[in-house]
Write a protein that binds this ligand. Structure first.
Ligand code: FAD
Length: 315
C-alpha cells in the first residue's frame, strides 16, 4: 500500500501546501504554480506579487532537491519566455531543511556539492530549521524567522498508509508492516507486504525506494509460483542511488563510486529512460528530453482544471 506525505500531525498543512507523492499531486502542483504565475502577472500589488513569486520547498531529501533544481532551471530558461511581463529577479526559491545537510542518505561530500550547485542556481538553502506553522501565507520557522509565500511545497517526509485488521504486534513503531525475509507479515500465514510499507524485522528494514519494491516483488512472485517449495529469502541488492539537480547536474552513488555533474546526470538519464515502461513510452520521453535539452523549453504549459459536472463551470 506504499506511503503518503507525512505532515507530522499538522494535518491542516495537507490542504494549504503542495505535496508530491502521486501523479495527481504533480498535476495539481503544475496547475497551481502556473496559475500563481498568471496571478503574479495580473496583480498590481507588489506585496502580493512577491508572495506569488516566492517558492518554498520544505524538505531537503531527493524530492526537495530535484524540485528546487527543476524550478531554478525553469526560472532561468522557461518562465521569462512565457511571462515576459514579469521580472524573474523577484522570484525566489528556498529549501527549508530540518536536517543538518541536504540528501542525508548520500555521502556528506555529495551533499556539499549539491548545496553548492543549488546556490549557484540561486536557491537559498537553510539547514537545521523546521517549519513550525503556515497560515495566511505566512510560514513560521523554528529559528524565529518567517516568510510570506503562496507556494509552499511540502516534501518533508513520508508515512506508511494504514489499514485496519492487522494485529498491533505486526506494525513497527514507524508504522511500517513487520515481515520476515519471505515478506510474510508477522503473525500471519497468508498476508504479504512488500515495498515502502514493509519493514523486514531481521534486517531492520530497507530504504523506501523503487528498487526494493521491485526486487521484493520478484522474490515473492518466485516463492508464490512454486508455493514456497524452494523458499527464496529476500536480500536487497543496492544498485546505487542518484538524484538530479538540474541541467547537466546530478549526483550518483554506485557502490563505493561517487559521481557528480554531467557524468552523474548522464547516468541518471540513462537509468530512468530504461526504467520507463514500454518501447513507445521510452521513445516519446527520449524525444521530449532531447527537445527540451536543445530548445530550453517544455512542451506543455496548459493550466488544466477538472470540470465541475453539476454546474459545468471551471473550478
Ligand atoms: C517524488 C518522488 C520521487 C521518487 N523518486 C524515486 C527515484 O528516483 N528512485 C527510486 O528508487 N524511488 C523513488 N521514489 C520512491 C518510490 O516511488 C517508492 O519507493 C516506490 O513507489 C514504492 O513502491 P510501492 O509499491 O511500495 O508503493 P507505491 O508506489 O506508493 O504504491 C502503493 C499503491 O497502493 C495504493 N494503496 C494505498 N492504500 C491502499 C488501499 N488501502 N487499498 C488499495 N490500494 C492502496 C496507492 O494508491 C498506491 O497506488 C520516489 C518517490 C516520490 C514520491
Amino acid at each position: 500500500m506504499g506511503c503518503d506525505t507525512n505532515y507530522y500531525g499538522n494535518n491542516k498543512l495537507k490542504d494549504i501546501t503542495l505535496a508530491l507523492k502521486s501523479t495527481s499531486d504533480a498535476l495539481y502542483m503544475r496547475n497551481y504554480l502556473l496559475q500563481n504565475l498568471e496571478n503574479a502577472m495580473n496583480t498590481s500589488d507588489p506585496e502580493l506579487r512577491k508572495e506569488l513569486l516566492t517558492f518554498v520547498i520544505v524538505g531537503g531529501g531527493p524530492t526537495g532537491v530535484e524540485m528546487a533544481g527543476a524550478l531554478a532551471e525553469m526560472k532561468k530558461f522557461v518562465f521569462p519566455k512565457d511571462y515576459p511581463e514579469l521580472s524573474f529577479d523577484e522570484m525566489s526559491i528556498s529549501i527549508i531543511n530540518g536536517g543538518d545537510r541536504l540528501l542525508a542518505t548520500f555521502s556528506p561530500e555529495l551533499s556539499v556539492k549539491t548545496e553548492k550547485h543549488l546556490q549557484n542556481l540561486n536557491v537559498h538553502v537553510v539547514n537545521k530549521v523546521f517549519v513550525t506553522n503556515y497560515e495566511d501565507s505566512l510560514l513560521t520557522l523554528s529559528d524565529g524567522s518567517s516568510l510570506k509565500s503562496k507556494n509552499v511545497i511540502w516534501v518533508a517526509g513520508i508515512t506508511p498508509n494504514r489499514i485496519g485488521g492487522l494485529d498491533a504486534a505486526s506494525i513497527h513503531k514507524n508504522g511500517r508492516i513487520l515481515t520476515d525475509r519471505y515478506n510474510l507479515v508477522k503473525g500471519e500465514n497468508n498476508i504479504f507486504a512488500i515495498g515502502d510499507i514493509a519493514f523486514i524485522e531481521e534486517t531492520q528494514g530497507n530504504p523506501q525506494v523503487a528498487q526494493v519494491a521491485m526486487q521484493q516483488a520478484a522474490t515473492l512472485v518466485e516463492n508464490l509460483n512454486n508455493e514456497f517449495a524452494q523458499k527464496k529469502v529476500f536480500t536487497y541488492h543496492d544498485k546505487g542511488s542518484m538524484a538530479t539537480i538540474g541541467r547537466n547536474a546530478a549526483i550518483a552513488e554506485i557502490g563505493k563510486h561517487k559521481f557528480s555533474g554531467f557524468i552523474a546526470w548522464a547516468i541518471w538519464c540513462f537509468i530512468h529512460l530504461i526504467s520507463i515502461f514500454g518501447p513507445k513510452n521510452k521513445l516519446i520521453v527520449f524525444i521530449n528530453w532531447v527537445w527540451n535539452y536543445f530548445t530550453y523549453d517544455q512542451s506543455l504549459r496548459l493550466i488544466i482544471k477538472p470540470l465541475k459536472r453539476s454546474d459545468c463551470e471551471l473550478d
